[in-house]
Each structure stands twice: as structure tokens, then as C-alpha cells.
Design a protein around this ligand. Structure first.
Ligand code: ATR
Length: 273
């Protein structure tokens, strides 16, 4: 029997997930499919109602459904509840289990790209306070980061993080972000700045200890201006593609029964798609 999974979103043409899961299905020789499933917002509730008997083992969820889908599944994993969004659904015994694998994906990508990285090695600086930042912050706190200096243009959103995640979040005014780098062990850009078609992230790295790692969740382009400048200063850098690849692992394992690995070939296949 062909095992089926897919990704729902609106629009969905640009999702890279089919290339990613397709590569793993091929390398593992699994009789399975991973489909692009366009679901308009008005069709979201009927889609989830039909999901247990659809023949799909589960789905990934992308824009704009990650928040609304939380109310349409039977169970939401604790970390996903903290983040406030789900990106993975597994059909199990007729029940829909929702989870968020972005935090896992971020942490795994960081550990793979910065071997020996210590989560307890000092404060982290996170730029941006949107959906992606929630997953990054949850990942860092769960793994023992003691202080997250959080800078966002809209300061109302950083206050939300303090309420949700507690006193380890230290809000930093956007205009003072350069000054937050002193003594930091990690910098994470979660804003869309640096993405193709967007201005670069304006961040002066002078005060950042050379031992700090620098990571960007932007992956188009792979080498952002931030990462290029950080590499020139000798920092370990981690690009944004790894988070996309690693976040896909738990879903694949649940739907298709095999533990997939992130390899150079997978990176190349997804970049070529
Ligand atoms: P995602 O789900 O990818 O995190 P998002 O929720 O739209 O996307 O968040 C985008 C982030 O990029 C936000 O932190 C946003 O800052 P605001 O909350 O102030 O809007 C940040 N961002 C986007 N454009 C920006 C810009 N020109 N300057 C500073 N921050 C910017």
C-alpha cells in the first residue's frame, strides 16, 4: 500500500517540502508520496474533518494555516502550545496529533552547523519577534539558554515574549541592538531582513565575541550579508536551510516509519528544486 502524506497551504506552489520528502522517499526506497495540497482558508475545517479517513498518514502545515489548525486537531503537543502554532499533523488511530517541529529543526541545525555549541555558554541575541522567533526562543530556552536578548522593531511583540516565556527574555529596543551583542554566545536573525528583495539586516558586529556563533533563518540567499560579515570576522556561521531540512525529520519518521538524515545531497536536491 502506498503511504501518503503532504503539505497544506494557500498558496502552496512554492513549498520546498515536496522536494525534501521526495528525496528521502527515493533514498529509502519507500512506496510513498508527498503531495502539494492547496487548501483555502475557508476549506481548512472541512479538510481536517475529512483527514482521519482520507488515506493520508498526516500533513505538514504552512502559511497561512499554522495557527488556525491548532483548534482543528485532537491533541496539541506542549511545545507547540507554547509556540502557538503547529506545522505537523500525524493521523494516529483516527485521531489528529498536532506538533511544531520548528524548534527541533532550529536546534538540530544549530548543533549540526556549530559542533560543540553550548546552549549554556552565554546569552543569545535574537532579532525579530514573529512566528519563527517563537520557535527559536522555545528551542533555546528548552535547551538551557539562561538569557535571550530579544530585539524587534515592534516592541509590543517583545513584551508578548516576556509574558509567554518569562524573565529569561530581556527585551532590547530595536535601535540598541548593536549594544546587545557584548558577551553574547549566539546571534540569530529571525527577521525577513537579508532575504532576496529585502534590505540587509543592519547590525554592527564589533562588540560580538569571536567565539559566538551566528545563524540566520533566511535561506534565500543561503549566504546573507549578515553571515558573510560574521564569517569574515571568524564566527562559526549556520545558514537557514538546515532548519527547514531538520524540521521535516519528525514528520517523515512518523508517516513513513524511517528516520531520515540531512545530507549534502539533500541540501543540493532542495536547493535545485
Ligand atoms: P515569520 O513567521 O517568518 O517570523 P513574521 O511573523 O511576519 O514572519 O515576522 C517577521 C519579522 O521580521 C518580524 O519580527 C518583523 O518585525 P515587526 O514585528 O516589527 O514587523 C521583522 N521585520 C520585517 N521587516 C522588517 C524591517 N524592515 N525592519 C525590521 N524588522 C523587520
Amino acid at each position: 500500500m502506498t503511504l501518503r502524506a503532504g503539505v497544506i497551504g494557500w498558496p502552496i506552489q512554492h513549498s520546498r517540502s515536496p522536494a525534501l520528502h521526495g528525496h528521502w522517499l527515493k533514498t529509502h526506497g519507500i512506496d510513498g508520496t508527498y503531495e502539494r495540497i492547496p487548501v483555502a482558508p475557508d476549506d481548512l475545517e472541512p479538510f481536517f474533518r475529512a483527514l482521519p479517513t482520507s488515506g493520508l498518514r498526516g500533513v505538514n502545515i504552512t502559511i497561512p494555516h499554522k495557527i488556525a489548525a491548532m483548534d482543528l486537531v485532537d491533541e496539541v503537543a506542549e511545545e507547540a502550545r507554547h509556540i502557538g502554532a503547529i506545522n505537523t499533523v500525524v493521523v494516529q488511530g483516527g485521531r489528529l496529533l498536532g506538533s511544531n517541529t520548528d524548534a527541533f529543526g532550529f536546534a538540530e541545525s544549530l548543533m549540526a552547523g556549530a559542533p560543540g555549541f553550548r546552549f549554556d555558554g552565554g546569552p543569545a541575541v535574537v532579532l525579530g519577534a514573529g512566528g519563527a522567533a517563537r520557535a527559536v526562543v522555545a528551542a533555546l530556552l528548552a535547551r538551557g539558554v539562561t538569557e535571550i536578548r530579544l530585539a524587534n522593531r515592534d516592541s509590543g511583540k517583545t513584551d508578548w515574549f516576556v509574558g509567554r516565556f518569562g524573565p529569561r527574555i530581556v527585551p532590547v529596543p530595536w535601535a540598541q541592538r548593536d549594544g546587545a551583542l557584548g558577551g553574547a554566545n549566539l546571534v540569530v536573525n529571525t527577521t525577513s531582513l537579508g532575504m532576496a528583495g529585502q534590505p540587509a539586516l543592519d547590525l554592527d558586529l564589533t562588540d560580538l565575541p569571536t567565539s559566538a556563533s551566528v545563524t540566520d533563518i533566511v535561506y534565500v540567499p543561503l549566504m546573507t550579508d549578515l553571515l558573510r560579515r560574521a564569517a569574515a570576522r571568524g564566527h562559526v556561521i549556520v545558514d537557514g536551510l538546515g532548519m527547514l531540512l531538520h524540521q521535516a525529520r519528525p514528520g517523515f519518521a512518523a508517516w513513513f516509519g524511517r528516520e531520515p538524515v540531512v545530507t549534502a545531497e539533500l541540501r543540493a536536491a532542495v536547493l535545485a528544486a
